[in-house]
Design a protein around this ligand. Sequence first.
Ligand SMILES: [Zn+2]
Length: 101
Amino acid sequence: MEEHQCCKQIRTDRAFYSHQCPRKGTIVVNGKWYCWQHDPERVARLCKENQEKFDRKHQASRDERYRRLAEQDVCKGVSTEELEELGTNALRELLDILKGD
Ligand SMILES: [Zn+2]
């Protein structure tokens, strides 16, 4: 059986040029050969898994932010001046939290 090379172009971080993946193609997708590593289905699955991991991580940090903001009960029994003062502080703290990424 004729051997086919993986069609994937690879670019390394330190190179401006790209080269073709040297591995042997093991799967054909839309008429193109891919090796096990560049199998589009595998790549799509890994991308999806990474995306889900990313979403979970950021969901957690968002919840933490909202929880902390909810703990800052700035509107209880305070005068307008105090409220403005507290509002400014709360805004500053919000910005600090947002910067804390
Ligand atoms: Zn490949």
